[in-house]
Ligand binder design. Structure first.
Ligand code: TPP
Length: 576
């Protein structure tokens, strides 16, 4: 039996626990883990040389499959390169099991190569840190390795899901002799988790019902979440039954709800104080993770509800709107089941609630009308392309929205109800521009579904190593909004008017996606005017076996002018 048998058996344990997507990066110190994973017939292994990209690819896979991805890298700075994706996974509640190989403890800081302080390296950005034993002679060490990996996988999958770090010190020799037999133990201890249901007790239901019927302006706001079709249908039912307006920005994946308020970001930024006052809720009910819309956040902070209930299974929620009054520890589906069964009396309060819902409906319809009238503009620019793109998305695709204007544009435009089968993703845990492309590549590798990435040029060129590997991506489509810099800094108040703006904030860059396409063998499509759009998008969405990148090059000032014009149009509609 190999000295590394307890390490080889980690792969068997991962397979039995359902952690089947493994992203590895090359190195010697990690050889025992690399061999364990790659020789296992039930695991799907990919090798990605740039660890920063590898970790984001793993993140995308975990989001797509809703199961933890395992990462494996060598010792030294390789580990630090995982940090951006680990932080994103922590704040976006995405499960990752991060294996890092290390030198034995006595060799740390002894001028031996590729050695840094790896214990606890990710600090608060992991749910748990596990240091594996470095010698396996005693049976307790073998038991401890198995136990720690069980613990780590279970912890990463338990709500709130997130990354866990397993640091594994290995002594040389790291490679088996060619004659050495390689196998997995047949008896592996697997700690299975039996989930318990978070049901609301009879007395809690009674108490919540009493409080609920006492409010007459109740507003629902959904934060970022997966596209959970049954739960979405449920929420829709409840909001119709009780006349509850529901706001969901593009990352909430609630776009299948026909009466969703999807343009809150657009109109709340421009509406008068009186209009906003009329929309102020008495009770705010939230679920899901972050909300992108700055205007929704500002509105709910400026016009706070008397009570704010947040629904989540466990843990400490963020108090984004600075007025949280009740945390209800259950699944949103359970809570909405309770509201679905709740019968409220037909009375004056009920009528007031219905009027309140109508107020939101009126604003939503007005914003949509303004948006539809706005296009076409004289000059074709980013906002209009995003409008066309979102309308033309194929069924059952994953849409990944990069930070920063890409996700904001998509939120302003909104996804229509008929795009129900589209699932939207965005790295909004930390809102970094550093791994958006790699995350989308992870989605494309983990599923056959069409994956569409909408990105700005800075985010795109930052993460070009997302493509630096040997895997084909026939289902990946990338739209690059190339304004040769960070338009966001031109759009937001603050940097836009400073003399340093162009050089130090927008930061001009001159690359075009064409050369990248040549380098990686992708099809390159370019849009430079409106007439071409429909046909180009048709070509773009033809899944004929190759990766396609579509680029729109526009001056960033034009995009600002158009964006400002839209805001002005909405503003004017409140003045007339
Ligand atoms: C890793 C990281 N570095 C810096 C930032 C700050 N930042 C936010 S948006 C942005 C520019 C993005 O430019 P681009 O991708 O071209 O998108 P655009 O603003 O043009 O939509 C920068 C540098 C960040 N979010 N993440």
């Amino acid at each position: 039996m190999s000295r590394y048998q307890p390490i080889y058996d980690i792969a068997e344990l991962c397979a039995q626990k359902g952690v089947t997507n493994i992203v590895l990066s090359p190195g010697s110190r990690c050889a025992p883990l690399t061999l364990a994973f790659t020789r296992h017939s039930k695991l799907s292994c990919k090798t990605i040389s740039d660890e920063r990209s590898a970790a984001f690819i793993g993140l995308g896979m975990a989001q797509q499959t809703r199961m933890a991805t395992a990462l494996v890298c060598t010792s030294g700075t390789a580990v630090f390169n995982y940090a951006p994706a680990v932080a994103e996974a922590f704040f976006s509640k995405t499960p990752l099991v991060v294996f890092t190989a290390d030198r034995p403890a006595e060799w740390v800081a002894q001028q031996d190569g590729q050695t840094i302080f790896q214990t606890g390296i990710f600090g608060n950005h992991v749910k748990g840190f596990f240091q594996l034993p470095q010698d396996y002679d005693h049976p307790d060490a073998v038991w401890a390795i198995n136990r720690m990996v069980n613990d780590a996988i279970n912890l990463s999958m338990q709500y709130p899901q997130g990354p866990v770090h397993i640091n594994a010190p290995f002594r040389e020799p790291l490679y088996p002799k060619t004659s050495e037999e390689f196998s997995y133990s047949t008896e592996i201890n697997v700690q299975h988790v039996v989930p318990s249901e978070l049901t609301l007790s009879k007395s809690t239901r009674k108490q919540l019902s009493k409080e609920f019927v006492g409010f007459c302006k109740i507003l629902l706001v959904g934060g970022q979440q997966h596209n959970e079709a049954p739960a979405v249908q449920f929420i829709e039912q409840v909001s119709q039954k009780h006349n509850l307006p529901i706001i969901g920005d593009v990352i909430s994946n609630l776009h299948g709800i026909s009466h969703l308020v999807r343009h809150g970001d657009l109109f709340l930024g421009q509406a008068s104080g009186d209009v906003k006052k009329s929309l102020q809720p008495d009770l705010l009910i939230t679920f899901g993770e972050s909300v992108i819309s700055k205007n929704i956040k500002l509105f709910l902070r400026q016009f706070p509800a008397k009570a704010h209930w947040h629904i989540q299974p466990s843990g400490t929620p963020a108090d984004t709107f600075q007025g949280l009054t009740k945390i209800i520890y259950t699944e949103p589906a359970e809570f909405f089941d309770f509201l679905d069964k709740l019968e409220t009396p037909e009375n004056f309060e009920r009528q007031k609630q219905s009027n309140y819902q109508k107020l939101w409906e009126v604003e939503e319809r007005k914003a949509l009308r303004n948006l539809e009238e706005f296009f076409p503009q004289n000059e074709f620019a980013e906002l209009e392309l995003v409008h066309e793109l979102l309308q033309g998305l194929p069924e059952n695709c994953s849409l990944h929205l990069a930070n920063s204007m890409s996700v904001r544009y998509a939120n302003f435009i909104g996804l229509a109800g008929d795009k129900k089968s589209v699932e939207v993703f965005s790295n909004r845990g930390t809102s970094g521009i550093d791994g958006c492309t790699s995350t989308a590549v992870g989605h494309a590798l983990a599923s056959q579904k069409p994956t569409i990435l909408l990105t700005g040029d800075m985010a795109f060129f930052y993460d070009r190593n997302a493509f630096w590997h040997n895997y084909t991506l026939p289902n990946l489509r990338v739209v690059v909004l190339n304004n040769h810099g960070g338009t966001i800094f031109n759009m937001i108040d603050g940097p836009a008017t400073l003399p340093e703006s162009e050089e130090y904030f927008v930061t001009k860059q001159s690359l075009s996606a064409k050369k990248l396409c040549e380098e990686f063998g992708f099809d390159y499509l370019k849009i430079d005017n409106r007439r071409k759009v429909r046909n180009t998008l048709k070509d773009f969405f033809d899944f004929d076996g190759n990766t396609k990148i579509l680029e729109l090059e526009t001056p960033h000032r034009l995009n600002k002018t158009i964006f400002e014009a839209l805001k002005m149009k909405i503003k004017k509609s409140y003045e007339s």
